[in-house]
Design a protein around this ligand. Structure first.
Ligand SMILES: [Fe+2]
Length: 213
């Protein structure tokens, strides 16, 4: 589905540091899994490159794992895809983002438009962007599939130019899938000020190459 909609590379970002017994920390088994997926794609003739990564939940032993270098950054770069519980407190979020930076990494904030505190006060995410944190919207938010508050907040952040990346947040082939076609149509129709090339190709490529955005 990704390839059919013009995607050439995908960051594979399994949930990490959750309560699930599969923690998806940086282990040889996890690294083998990216390679295994790439082999399957190659064998099937699907022209997509799998880039490593994880969607790291900032809870539990987050600080400890961060200090130990246990997390998979995006393609081994300085960029760490960091997510929070939807009802997390802004002060705790700030502490976690600062902790990521203290390790020399740059946080990519996963779907800020879904956090209740950002929905109530979008300037919070704007401030993150102003301080060099990368904001990543979900395509489902802009398509109105993740509720009205997510849609309105995503729209506002995108129109203000605070957003660097839009991602599929794919979980399934049906629900939250990796096809990006509807998003391209949506951007063209409703967000003419947004640059799809920058949000969907150039900035993700810079992240993969460990370059500044
Ligand atoms: Fe998430």
């Amino acid at each position: 589905m990704a390839a059919d909609s013009g995607v050439s590379s995908v960051f594979a970002t399994p949930h990490c540091n959750t309560r699930d017994p599969r923690k998806n920390l940086r282990t040889p088994e996890l690294i083998d899994a990216y390679h295994a997926l790439q082999r399957l794609l190659d064998e099937a003739g699907i022209p997509v490159t799998v880039l490593s990564g994880a969607e790291v939940l900032a809870r539990g032993r987050f600080r400890e794992h961060l200090a130990a270098g246990d997390f998979m950054t995006l393609n081994g770069s300085r960029y760490l895809l960091t997510e929070f519980y939807f009802d997390e407190e802004p002060d705790y979020m700030e502490d976690c983002l600062a902790a990521v930076e203290a390790e020399g990494l740059v946080p990519v904030v996963a779907h800020p438009e879904r956090y209740y505190c950002v929905q109530a006060a979008p300037q919070l995410a704007q401030q993150w962007a102003d301080r060099g944190r990368v904001l990543q919207l979900n395509k489902g938010s802009l398509l109105g599939e993740l509720g009205e508050a997510s849609y309105l907040t995503a729209s506002l952040l995108l129109r203000r130019g605070a957003v660097s990346v839009i991602a599929s947040d794919a979980h399934h082939f049906r629900y939250r899938n990796p096809h990006m076609g509807a998003l391209l149509d949506c951007l063209a129709a409703r967000f003419p000020e947004a640059d799809p090339e920058l949000l969907l190709r150039i900035n993700p490529l810079r992240i993969a190459r460990d370059q500044a955005l």
